[in-house]
Design a protein around this ligand. Structure first.
Ligand SMILES: NC(=O)c1ccc[n+]([C@@H]2O[C@H](COP(=O)([O-])OP(=O)(O)OC[C@H]3O[C@@H](n4cnc5c(N)ncnc54)[C@H](O)[C@@H]3O)[C@@H](O)[C@H]2O)c1
Length: 246
């Protein structure tokens, strides 16, 4: 496949390595310095685009792909407030988009098991639950998209939680947490690619369910696999559509 890379930072460069290893060709690389090259004509040289850019760039990039009728895989997080609008536009215009808060296979197994565990914990009201995420200090959004997916998986399955609230540790936080609120605690520490933990604690013990990314390779490989999966498909997809955990 011919691939356009929208965002050529830490993730874009690793995606390039995996894509080339798997026999694909990179025909366009867009970063903040050459945004003028993001034209319909240039995008049409590609079979698919992979976006790992920035929260404030992702929407423009997605619409540029729609204008060029180019399927796009979006790894960028921090734009999900506009997800419904983008989905509607994608479907109305018969375009193709696959997004995911986390492309790693391990995290997608973690997402699934998190839901199973949350359902089980309905039977054990003595346990309070909390989500924790740790990322490198350059991360622009908090909580992480992955932590939001984990929190939503809990809220969908654990009756005693109805919404999440975020505390970015080190910034002011004076909310008094209500029983039905789920806390996502965000930590920013140098050089951490991504760690997510779900903690159930009672007065007598604690259960920790944790995923630790050792590096960014799992996300990048997952994005290339997602681009391959998207070939000859049309519509709006999530990375979870690739996996069958039934
Ligand atoms: N879904 C996943 O599995 C996953 C995994 C890791 C990171 N991410 C997300 O991917 C995104 C990128 O992460 P990164 O670590 O590569 O960041 P990075 O800062 O290293 O790279 C960002 C790239 O985007 C470019 N960019 C920024 N603003 C732009 C603009 N207005 N127009 C065009 N290009 C622009 C920058 O020049 C750079 O090349 C973040 O949102 C991050 O949270 C997602």
């Amino acid at each position: 496949m011919k691939i356009a890379l929208l965002g050529y930072g830490k993730m874009g460069q690793i995606v390039e390595r995996f894509a080339v290893d798997r026999g694909h060709e990179i025909v366009l690389k867009i970063s903040v310095d050459n945004r003028a090259d993001l034209t319909t004509a240039n995008l049409r040289k590609a079979d698919v685009a992979i976006d790992f850019s920035a929260p404030d760039a992702a929407i423009d990039n997605i619409y540029a792909c729609f204008d060029a009728n180019l399927p796009v895989v979006v790894g960028t997080t921090g734009w999900y407030g506009q997800l419904q609008e983008v989905k509607n536009e994608c479907l109305v215009r018969n375009n193709t988009l696959l997004y995911g808060s986390n492309f790693s296979i391990g995290v997608n197994i973690f997402f699934h098991m998190n839901k199973v565990l949350a359902k089980l914990m309905n039977n054990f009201p003595a346990y309070e639950v909390q989500v924790e995420e740790i990322h490198h200090t350059q991360k622009l959004d908090a909580p992480s998209g992955t932590a939001m997916t984990v929190a939503e998986g809990i809220i969908e399955n654990l009756d005693r939680k109805i919404e999440w609230v975020n505390e970015l540790v080190g910034t002011p936080f004076d909310d008094v947490l209500k029983k039905e609120q789920l806390l996502i605690e965000s930590h920013r520490i140098e050089n951490i690619p991504g760690t997510h933990t779900v903690v159930y604690s009672s007065e007598v013990d604690e259960i920790e369910f944790k995923h630790t990314a050792h590096n960014r390779s799992g996300f990048a490989l997952g994005a290339v696999v997602a681009a391959e999966w998207l070939e000859n498909k049309q519509g709006f997809y999530n990375i979870t559509d690739i996996f069958d955990f039934k």
